[in-house]
Design a protein around this ligand. Sequence first.
Ligand code: SAM
Length: 222
Amino acid sequence: MPMQRSWLTPGVLLRKALGPCLPAFAKSYRRIYLNPEKLAEVIAQQLPENASVLDVGGGDGYLSNDLLAIRKDISLTLIDLATGIGKGIDPSFRNRVHVYDGKSIQDWMQERMATDSVHAVVLSDVIHHIPDSALNGFLHDLAELCRRTHAVLIIKDVEPGHYLATMGLWADKYLSGDRATRLVSQERLTGLLKAQMPNAIVLETELKKIDPPNYCVVLKPK
Ligand SMILES: C[S@@+](CC[C@H](N)C(=O)[O-])C[C@H]1O[C@@H](n2cnc3c(N)ncnc32)[C@H](O)[C@@H]1O
């Protein structure tokens, strides 16, 4: 289920125009919508010691940098349907990061699960890019992955209704060109996840309070 993105969007042109300034711009732009340090702290608290983390929909890897900076014991694998991901990973962290691009969760389960261990699965701002018609199938794959690996599942997304959420939605639709973008509330996402993972313990984190409209839910295998 690739993002429904047209090939030449204002976002693509801006990326090309910014060239080497892109990472600095992307960091500042991201700060409009969230506090990356708070997000990384909230996620870091949920990661087991020495965890191998799958960052599904890892994109440029900016979240990975923040996590790797505060959790020196973890390693990360970025998976994404898109190719050419991980360009924002700080060179000092490269030896702790694997990139598995142009791949889905199902690909990972078929090709890597037998050999690679995974202790936590993290998604940041991915759910709102999954078309609604594909959401249940995507959550089913996530649940299957976590059931088979016993990994903790950590999902960060954006609560609809806040002005920042609306601004971000419009930027995704009309700058990035992902017209299928729509926000999924924490309540709806939690309900869908509970249906897919009835045996998991569901926790709400403090992110919703400390950095709204962002929220983060955690599912732990019993
Ligand atoms: C808004 S970006 C988020 C990037 C990164 N996680 C972050 O927080 O900065 C969403 C990413 O999800 C990826 N994506 C969308 N659908 C996906 C799927 N079904 N499987 C894996 N990645 C997907 C996109 O290609 C994109 O890189």
